[in-house]
Every structure is written in C-alpha cells, then in structure tokens.
Design a protein around this ligand. Sequence first.
Ligand SMILES: NC(=O)c1ccc[n+]([C@@H]2O[C@H](COP(=O)([O-])OP(=O)(O)OC[C@H]3O[C@@H](n4cnc5c(N)ncnc54)[C@H](OP(=O)(O)O)[C@@H]3O)[C@@H](O)[C@H]2O)c1
Length: 336
Amino acid sequence: MSVPAVLTYAERVYSGKKPYLYPIPFVPGSSAVGRVAAVGPDATRLKPGQLVYFDSYIHGRDDTTSLILHGLSAGFTPSSNMLMEKAWRDGTYAEYAKLPLENCFPIDEARLLGSLADGGMGYTMEDLVYLWTLSIPFGGLREVDVRAGEKVIITPATGSFGSAAVVAALAIGVRVVAMGRNMEALERLRTFSSEDRLRIVQNTGDVALDIEELTKDGLADVFFDISPGKAAKSTHFKSCIQALRRGGRVSLMGAHEGLSLLTQTIMLQDLTVKGKWMYTKEDMRVMIKLVESGYLKLGKAGGIETVGIFSLNQFDAAFDAAAKLSGPCLQAVIAP
Ligand SMILES: NC(=O)c1ccc[n+]([C@@H]2O[C@H](COP(=O)([O-])OP(=O)(O)OC[C@H]3O[C@@H](n4cnc5c(N)ncnc54)[C@H](OP(=O)(O)O)[C@@H]3O)[C@@H](O)[C@H]2O)c1
C-alpha cells in the first residue's frame, strides 16, 4: 500500500494545459509513503514490509545531471527524457510501482505511526505524505544555508509550498516573516508560532510601506520566494530584496519568465541570489530526522490538514480538490 501526494496544478499538467513533457502512455504519480513489496538484488538495507518515503526526484545513476520528477516530468535534457521513457516511466498512482532504491528513505515506523501511549507520534500515512510538500521549500531554504536564529522573509506564505516553507523554517529555528497578499489566509498562520518567531506582513504593492513593515524588527538575512509565474510583476521582489541586510541571501524557487530583479541593490549590498529546483538527498535525510526527532511536526500537531483522501479511480476528484486548496498547510492525497 502506498499513499502518494497530489500537486495543486496536477490537472493542468496531466491535461496538457501546463507544458510538462512526459512519455505517453504513462502512469502519473508523485512522491509517496508506502511499504516495500519486494527489493532488487542490490538492496542492502531495505526489506519487504518496511515503511519508506519515496522521493520522486530521480537522478541518473551514471549522470547526475539527468533529472526527472517521477510520474510528472521527463525533465529538460534528452538524457533526462531517456531516463523517464525507459527505466522510470510509471508513477505511484498505482497499486505497485517500480522505484529506484536510492529514492526510498526508510522511516521510523514505530516512532512516527506508533500511538502516543507507546511513545510514538500517532501520525497516519496521510500525515507523512506532507513530507513531499515540505521537501521542496526545505531544499530551497537549505540551499541558501538558512541557520537557526536568522530572520527569513517567506513569500507568498499562503500557498501550498509557501506555507510549507513557513513550517520548515520554524522547525529549523529561524524568525519568520510570512508575507502575502491575502490577509485572511495569512492570519491562519498565526497559530503556528508566537509573534516573536512568526510575524505576518501584507504585500500591499506599496514598496516603501512594505519595506517599512518587513524591517520593523530589523533587516532580514534571507528572502525566500516560491511564487507562481503569474507573480512575475509582483512588487514583493523589490520590497523583499531591499529588506535584506548587506550580504543577505535570496532563494528563488518560483519559475518566472522575464522576472526583473534589482541588480544594482544586489551588487551594492553583496547579495547572493540562488535558484533551486527541488532538493538534495541530504536535505531529505535532514528533514526526516527533524520529523523523527519531533522538531518538525506533521498532521494535526503541525497544523496540517488533509482535506481529502481519494481512491485511484477518483483521481479527477483528487486533482480538483488539490486545485481548489485555498490557504496554508492543506493537502489532498490519493490512497490506492
Ligand atoms: N523550485 C522548485 O523545485 C519548485 C517545485 C514545485 C513548485 N515550484 C513553484 O512553486 C509555485 C507555487 O506552487 P504552489 O503549489 O505553492 O501554488 P499555490 O498553492 O497555488 O500558491 C500560489 C501562491 O502564489 C500567490 N500568488 C498568486 N498570484 C500572485 C501574484 N500575482 N502576486 C503575488 N502572489 C501571488 C498566492 O497568493 P494569494 O493568496 O495572494 O493569491 C499563493 O500564495 C509554482 O508555480 C512553481 O513555479 C517550484
């Protein structure tokens, strides 16, 4: 049995409205939590029956620049496309999936699924699937070396990955400024931490006013962005870059064509701008440790809500529910 995640824009990808490349026919899918049914001869640790987190970001074994998102995207180079066409074509929206060994991370079942009375955390498989939403911003935060005690501006903080960035950053131990346009959605983040660890700031579109609010408690160390392409003209890029201290870092995880950044400020302030697609295997291991140690909470304890659990033949309802998610820390999952 496995429980895979559902992307908010899954319907647009699989209907072809969003131009993702994948071979046809294929089985769609995503990262998932599941049990090992069988292992290949090169397995040294994994055993049938074991609970694992499957990370859908697959790297070529003989060329680590060949990269695909299993069940979603054949990547951006001919060698990546080949990886998906041949060995790793079919995703996890199925009863069983063939997966690369190195993408299956063992998770401590007794600790995570065990009951509170037995010293466990009482999570469900669905709770654990949120690891996928978390993993993406977790990779972007670590890529700019976010450290405990730093001040990090996260925007947009109301979407699926942006709100997960807030959860991940708080677990790392930073002071978060969560920025977004929608005050009502931002307000829902308040329960995640106290005011001294988590402040919310509205993106009003007035750059001077927004900088003043962002820097009320000092300049920030990091600006983390995971906005969609349609936000390319949003003023938050200007206000957040100008809210950084000298030597600050910018993590860009959103995909925008024609984005213009304040290059003069970036140069004069010695800012580092880093793009990041996904995360590293080490990021995955650190994130799982944070969950197993209890610093990164999932499910109800972490303020994360699963709004729908759909069977395989309800995939269209799952895509619809994911597209309609509105507000922080929500997910829809498929449970074949
Ligand atoms: N780098 C990577 O590895 C990676 C991986 C996956 C996804 N992504 C990127 O992440 C993006 C977000 O995905 P998601 O699933 O989190 O989307 P989502 O749940 O739909 O959230 C989108 C967010 O963007 C905000 N927004 C929309 N239009 C805006 C605008 N014009 N100006 C400012 N903010 C705006 C929304 O805020 P409001 O509440 O104000 O509307 C919302 O918070 C994707 O589009 C993709 O580019 C990157």
